[in-house]
Design a protein around this ligand. Sequence first.
Ligand SMILES: NC(=O)c1ccc[n+]([C@@H]2O[C@H](COP(=O)([O-])OP(=O)(O)OC[C@H]3O[C@@H](n4cnc5c(N)ncnc54)[C@H](OP(=O)(O)O)[C@@H]3O)[C@@H](O)[C@H]2O)c1
Length: 428
Amino acid sequence: MVVDNRPYELVLYGASGYTGKLCAEHITMHLPTNLNWAVAGRSADKLQGVVKKLEELNRDRNPPSIEVTAHQKDDLHALVRKTRLVVTTVGPYSKMGEPMVEACASNGTHYLDCTGESPWFRQMIQRYHRLAQSTGAIIIPQCGIESVPADLLTYIVCNQIRSRFSSSTRNVTHVLYNAKASASGGTLSSILAVFETFSISYLIKSMHPFALCPTSPSSSNRNAPLHAQQSLYEKLLGVANIPGMGIMTDSPGASVDTAVVNRSWGLLSSLSPPSTSYGPNFFFKEWMRSTGLINAAIFHYAFMAAPLFLIMPPIRWLLRKFVFLSPGDGPDLDQAGRREFIEYRTIGEADPDASKKTSARLYYEGSMYAFTGILLAEAAMVLARPEEKSGQPCEARRLGGGLLTTACLGEEFVDRLKAAHGVVLEVQ
Ligand SMILES: NC(=O)c1ccc[n+]([C@@H]2O[C@H](COP(=O)([O-])OP(=O)(O)OC[C@H]3O[C@@H](n4cnc5c(N)ncnc54)[C@H](OP(=O)(O)O)[C@@H]3O)[C@@H](O)[C@H]2O)c1
């Protein structure tokens, strides 16, 4: 069980990195001033620099404590025993993430990260799900742009269908509707790390829609309902025409998000009443809106070809040397704050009556890394301050621990994001 008398409610590990700093800033500006928290990492100098900046940002609150730690087993175990929850932005996770998952799972410490490396998530489930269940540790990877929007919007539309129509959900279409965004050195390095760490066969298995799912899917879970299936012509071009939304192509995050959403489906199906199950015939598909048919088809084929290049070591070497930013670097924050934005739209259809629909929209204007910082910090509050808003235990607590998903943070997470600075989350 997670112990309540630990000195910290939250430790942010990797606070000196590009994303870690932004998460620390959101905590400093928007989370309760009595939150008992610390920033952690390997460099005392860098952490002192972070804390100094946080003090300047908000002089009305005490700065966080500093915990300097080596990135090795004994030190990480000692660190996680001081806190209820660790938020870690130390990546690439395929190379550096496992020791922290092991430490948290062993010591009953809750855990959040913002990886998009789903083969690594799969490996962590295989290695630590049972251990985390036995200690009560709630371990939630992919609490960033990958895969909160897909996972949480799906949770929302399915809940709406249940409460409005007393139905389960047959079909969810999630669309990356509009975006202007750029990547940090840490993200680009993490993409390469996945191809360097895992075998091609493990990568292929991890990209399966049910790669992370704890239960076996039926044929309805694997296939879209007839009215939502692509024509042969659309299949050949890799596109789809969704009424009211436009021409669609591959979404870059689709395989990673789909595996997480289907894990949520499996996990939530196992909960006894009050049920938040999506339903036995639930099917999920993610797309990205395109500007037209030709662009959609070109993007589809380019996107299909990219992994063939990334598995080649010389190509990865060239990308590191001449194209990608270094870890620690990222888009200029002032410019990103003014220029970047992202919008997702999600439609759910009831089972069996597809004319009964609900929809949800998530919009954020500003740096994508600031958005990830918000997602991590607000999710952290659901675990660090249990039932503070809703008075009800979230699904993750009812599941009792293990390698879970952001949908398991439930209505409390939804409410926190609706109220979060800069986030627009609407349900229709
Ligand atoms: N999918 C998403 O939505 C999303 C969004 C944002 C970020 N991310 C992921 O988050 C991770 C961080 O991204 P970022 O751009 O913030 O990267 P970054 O700026 O390079 O920061 C990495 C952090 O990890 C620490 N670190 C690196 N190697 C370490 C080691 N051997 N021991 C201890 N600490 C170490 C760094 O500490 P030092 O400062 O001491 O070097 C730094 O605090 C990446 O994996 C990225 O893909 C994902």
